[in-house]
Design a binder for this molecule. Structure first.
Ligand code: NDP
Length: 325
């Protein structure tokens, strides 16, 4: 079977396509024939070597995949069953989805929900799963469509574009923040009623600004996250999941102590296994059929390295899914 293999020589990461056999796979109860994988921000960092994502080499990257069970020693899964994997450090410290076969722990897998197939599951992928967790965080914080407008940052990316589509489908008014004029038509088709430029939230601001957003889903971090916090309504919620713009947070406590603003961190990697099926059910229920052809474009395993470079250079909108077989 073919796999993308990452190796490290003299501190540099090298990616190459190679043939590996089932005997090379790591230990695990379930062996899966991978049909589709995806390229997430973290995959792009791993494949290009621009981020310290991979903990041991050689490594097959790919933090998510969907496919069919080839063999299972765990009674929860049977041969031929369609399954999805996201997170759990797969593609970081355990061989991942950018290969024809993967072997993983049964606890890490989710049975394919009704209404989804492997291709659609990877159009959603880790990015869409994370977007759903962000939307659920707003709901849990009491933010409803009647509360006011929701801001989504990094809106043209995988997480952002799925968040725009989900919020719109749920009846929220969505404002998309993007650094690219070229993605405005896509964002409007996904359901953004308003679009603002990245520079709007990149300037120096006061600790509290005019209250503008009932909630926000932030994939960017840094100054953008600090600035949007100053504009959140009294009692509003911000779900922060990303660092595309930086890992720092140059913010003041004022929005928290004077406006009761809630900043909710979102992690999809170690999100509890038992609760994952429900998140996938919500995605199937809430994403409209029109989302899938709009949000995903395909590449082959041989095109993954170039696609990863494009993603980090901000030349890709929506999700990149990888056709494995
Ligand atoms: P993408 O690359 O698909 O999207 C990121 C988007 O961020 C880009 O499309 C761009 O949107 C915007 N962006 C890029 N560079 C900058 C910059 N320098 N300053 C401001 N905005 C920028 O990545 P994903 O959607 O896959 O992931 C988004 C973020 O979420 C990443 O940081 C990723 O690590 C994180 N993430 C976290 C997860 C978790 O569990 N917490 C899970 C999945 C992702 P535009 O052009 O519209 O401005």
């Amino acid at each position: 079977m073919q796999a993308l293999l990452l190796e490290q020589h003299n501190g540099q990461t090298h990616a190459r396509l190679c043939a590996i056999s089932a005997d090379d796979l790591p230990a695990g109860e379930v062996t899966v024939e991978v049909d589709w994988s995806g390229i997430n921000y973290k995959d792009a960092l791993a494949i290009t070597g621009k981020g310290k994502v991979v903990r041991q080499f050689p490594m097959v990257p790919g933090i998510d995949f969907a496919g069919r069970v080839l063999h299972s020693s765990d009674p929860r899964f049977h041969q031929g069953q369609s399954v999805i994997l996201t997170g759990w450090g797969v593609g970081e410290n355990h061989w991942g989805g950018l290969a024809g076969l993967a072997r993983v722990k049964a606890d890490w897998l989710v049975a394919m929900p009704e209404g989804l197939d492997s291709r659609k599951a990877m159009i959603i992928g880790t990015a869409g799963f994370t977007a759903m967790l962000c939307v659920m965080a707003l709901e849990e914080g009491g933010v409803t469509p009647q509360s006011g407008e929701i801001l989504v940052t990094g809106a043209s990316g995988g997480v952002g574009s799925t968040a725009v589509a989900l919020l719109h489908a749920l009846g929220y008014r969505v404002c998309a923040m993007t650094g690219r004029n070229s993605t405005h038509p896509l964002l409007q088709q996904l359901g953004a009623q308003m679009i603002i430029g990245r520079e709007t939230l990149s300037a120096d601001t006061r600790p509290l600004e005019k209250q503008r957003w009932a909630g926000a889903i932030d994939t960017v971090g840094g100054k953008v996250l600090a600035n949007l916090l100053t504009q959140i309504h009294y009692g509003g919620v911000v779900a922060a999941c990303g660092l595309a713009g930086g890992t720092d947070l140059p913010a003041s406590v004022m929005p928290f102590i004077l406006r009761n603003v809630r900043l909710q961190g979102i992690d999809s990697v170690n999100f509890p296994g038992v609760a994952r099926a429900n998140v996938w059910k919500r995605l199937v229920k809430n994403l409209p059929a029109s989302f899938y052809p709009l949000a995903g474009h395909e590449v082959t395993l041989a095109q993954v390295v170039e696609a990863a470079q494009d993603l980090l250079a901000n030349r890709i909108a929506g999700r990149t899914l990888v056709k494995i077989r």
